[in-house]
Design a protein around this ligand. Structure first.
Ligand code: DX5
Ligand code: ZN
Length: 219
């Protein structure tokens, strides 16, 4: 069984509190927080996501899974760490060199938060293999970051398979998370490839019955 991290990016503000209750009742494992800065990607969702984190901190004990699609990673780590998320993920492509990468990993670890590194569809798994012993999660983007509701890029599934094999061969303890365009139709293949945490936004939020959708995605 895989874990489900529900992306709240497409949740409407007027319905936010009720929707968060409903997602929790439907047994999501995490709330996935998509933070965009208007630089690393075009959209800027920071204000909305901070507001949603405030709501969530008042109404739920479920873990938060923060996905930073930003350039200025250290400042955003500080801004979101106050919500005590379970995972903070930043993008490998946002780092200039290995020193910076290690510094940011350390910054998250010092706060007792699990560290995730994300790679975009065109970044090869090979580029991040040597940092695997220092992190907890690899988030494989199955769409280009920047927007919910896109279609999954099929070639990204092979990256999950490759990474899983490497983690197994090297006896590492790293979870694989897949994010973007995942729905009831394509989830089986993602799971077979070895994914541990599935992010789903619109396929849950646009469904009539959250419980049924989450159960189908996770089983
Ligand atoms: C894309 C985000 C994803 C995405 C998930 O930039 O990181 O989390 O919004 O939404 P769906 O499941 O609709 O692709
Ligand atoms: Zn995301």
């Amino acid at each position: 069984m895989v874990e489900i991290s529900t992306s709240i990016l497409s949740v409407k503000k007027e319905e936010a509190i009720q929707t968060f209750y409903d997602i929790e009742t439907a047994k999501t494992d995490y709330f996935h927080i998509d933070v965009m800065d208007g630089k690393f990607v075009n959209k800027n969702t920071n204000e909305l996501m901070l507001e949603y984190c405030d709501y969530l901190s008042n109404i739920t004990n479920l873990p938060l899974d923060v996905h930073l699609m930003v350039e200025d990673v250290p400042n955003f780590i500080e801004e979101y760490a106050i919500y005590k998320p379970n995972i903070i993920t930043f993008h490998y492509e946002a780092t200039k060199n290995e020193d910076e990468l290690k510094k940011w990993i350390q910054q998250i670890k010092e706060k007792n938060i699990r560290v995730g590194i994300s790679i975009k569809p065109n970044t090869k798994v090979e580029e991040i293999l040597k940092i695997l012993p220092y992190i907890h999660v690899v988030l494989i983007m199955t769409v280009e970051p920047g927007e919910g509701g896109q279609e999954l890029i099929p070639e990204t599934i092979e990256k999950i398979r490759k990474l899983k094999e490497y983690i197994y061969q090297n006896d590492l303890e790293v979870d694989i998370e897949a994010d973007g365009g995942i729905n009831k139709e394509n989830v089986a293949e993602i799971k077979q490839a070895g994914c541990d945490i599935i992010v789903a936004g619109t396929s849950i939020i646009n469904s009539k019955n959250y419980s049924e959708t989450i159960a189908t995605l996770s089983l």
